[in-house]
Write a protein that binds this ligand. Structure first.
Ligand code: SF4
Length: 284
């Protein structure tokens, strides 16, 4: 073992990084003997979106939310629907027109947009928790201004990171990308148990909605969705937790199959609805 390496404990990967080395997420780097976020405040996307687009169906319906994203992600989903930013790193920041926006500037912009129906900030598009310090700093200021904060995440950060941001969060939508340990670890480069722990903890503190992108031939079998819905129903708030089944479109490295058949989405909705009262079909 190389003693000069430092372990990053932001997500389940626990990358061990030598000086100057960047982790699997392309957003955290060993700089001068400490792991630092290299995309803090480096926004690639900023848009005022309807809250339903996050998707959140049962949190402040009809409102708008200023949505901010950077680059990088710790998972490697072959079907990523946002791969231009999720698979990008520091070297791509200029090409992506990435711009530094301080937490204060972001919150000021959000506050000015209240007159356009904005209720606060959503941290979304790439994986926000790889630079959780920015989420914490901006969300704290947003709360001080009386606004709300939303997190859209893959839920694979460590629970210590979740604890840092929970006091400043009001709602979350967490991806449950599959309900199969092997699919998570071998195809997505993720960790199902970490995601379940994240959701199980967060649902006790914030409004929680859960999303599964239904990819034909990967996670669209009856059994996986039934198991996922049954598990969601076992959490705090049980049957009332909103569950979104969204339509896949061929993207990135997964162009070998068609978009999800809409009839299949509704068949899976019927299965999930045996356990849950609020199941939504999206992207149709
Ligand atoms: S946050 Fe990035 S550097 Fe840290 S453990 Fe996860 S993938 Fe590795």
């Amino acid at each position: 073992m190389d003693d000069n390496k430092i372990e990053c404990r932001v997500c389940f990967r626990h990358c061990r990084l030598a000086e100057g080395e960047t982790g699997a997420c392309r957003t955290r780097k060993n700089t001068d003997g400490a792991i630092q976020s290299i995309n803090y405040g480096m926004l690639t996307s900023l848009a005022l979106d309807p809250i339903e687009k996050k998707p959140l169906a049962m949190f402040c319906p009809g409102s708008m939310i200023l949505s901010a994203g950077s680059f990088g992600c710790n998972l490697h989903c072959p079907f990523c629907q946002n791969h231009e930013i999720s698979y990008a790193g520091e070297a791509d920041a200029e090409a992506l027109n990435s711009k530094y926006i301080s937490p204060e500037e972001l919150v000021d912009t959000a506050y000015r947009l209240k007159s356009h129906g904005n209720i606060g900030l959503a941290f979304t598009y790439n994986e926000p928790l790889m630079s959780w310090e920015y989420v914490r700093d901006a969300a704290r200021l947003s709360h001080e201004k009386g606004m709300k904060n939303v997190l859209v995440s893959n839920g694979t950060a460590e629970l210590q990171v979740l604890e840092e941001i929970l006091p400043f969060m009001d709602a979350m939508n967490i991806d449950l990308k599959a309900f199969d340990t092997d699919i998570y670890s071998k195809i997505l480069g993720g960790d199902l148990e970490q995601t379940k722990s994240f959701i199980d903890t967060a649902v006790r503190h914030v409004h929680m909605e859960i999303t599964t992108l239904i990819v034909p031939g990967l996670n669209d079998d009856d059994g996986q969705i039934e198991d996922a819905a049954e598990w969601i129903a076992s959490l705090e708030h049980g049957r009332s937790i909103p569950y979104h089944l969204t339509r896949f479109f061929p993207r990135y490295h997964m162009t070998d199959r068609d978009a999800t058949d809409v009839r299949r989405l509704f068949a899976l909705k019927a299965i999930a609805s045996k356990y849950l009262d609020n199941v939504y079909v999206g992207n149709v």
